[in-house]
Design a protein around this ligand. Sequence first.
Ligand code: SF4
Length: 298
Amino acid sequence: MLYNNLSGYLKEKYGKRVRKICIDGGFTCPNRDGKIGTGGCIYCSERGSGEHIKAGTSIRAQVMAALSMATEDDRFIAYFQNYTNTYAEPHVLRERYDAALIDERIKVLAIGTRPDCINEEVASLIASYRERVDVWVELGLQTASDATAKIINRGYDSSVYLEAVRVLKKYGIPVVTHIMIGLPNEGESELRETVKILNDADPWGIKIHSVYVAEGTTLAKMYRDGSYTPIDMETYIERAAYVLTHINPNAVIHRLTGDCPRELLVAPSWNTEKNAVISGIVKKMESMGAAQGKYYRV
Ligand code: SF4
């Protein structure tokens, strides 16, 4: 295998395929509710990711619905996906995480959040779940460039990400970092900086997203007024191969594409060709004679 993918990791660890239950935990986001900002990140859709999850359903009902179609032999990850899933008082967080962990077949609690919503109290609470299940926290970094962070209205500097990783690691919590390829004004030099911060932080896992333009976002307005042009598929493949070959060979790769629901996708059209993108990345790495981490330097 040219890179360590998540499904291989899970199969080795649990002896079988492990599936995700994507959960809308009923949170909001400080970059939307006015605490930090109101507009949100420019690519963020109305549902704060997880658009396919039925809105307004309780956490327990969402988990029960997924389990109702499962066999006794299945294993699951409870993945809190929409918005910022550490943005509440610790007792509220506990209540909501507990509402998801209702079956022995759920082996992992995965929590997606912003680095500026991690602190010692939150990390300590999340670490306490390690007695029951495996745990990881997913941090949306997207880019190391603070100039790009302003353009995308991320709402925090990259140093905040490094501090969040430090706190989570202190509590023994594996971190998964999300990065995006194809952000406005980003080229190879910004990508090199992003790889550098990844290698400095050394997260356990990495999610690589291709930027897509979803209906209803600020990015859709920028696309329509000509101030944003998505990169083409070939460029994406080259840049994703660059990232894979320059990061820690042990990092677990959770994702290699962006995944916009078809009905919301404005551009680029190649976003729907997930298999072609992944096989393009593999072919590119084969042509380079390089597996994950070949050019990794600490
Ligand atoms: S941090 Fe996440 S939920 Fe909040 S605005 Fe940005 S993408 Fe949306």
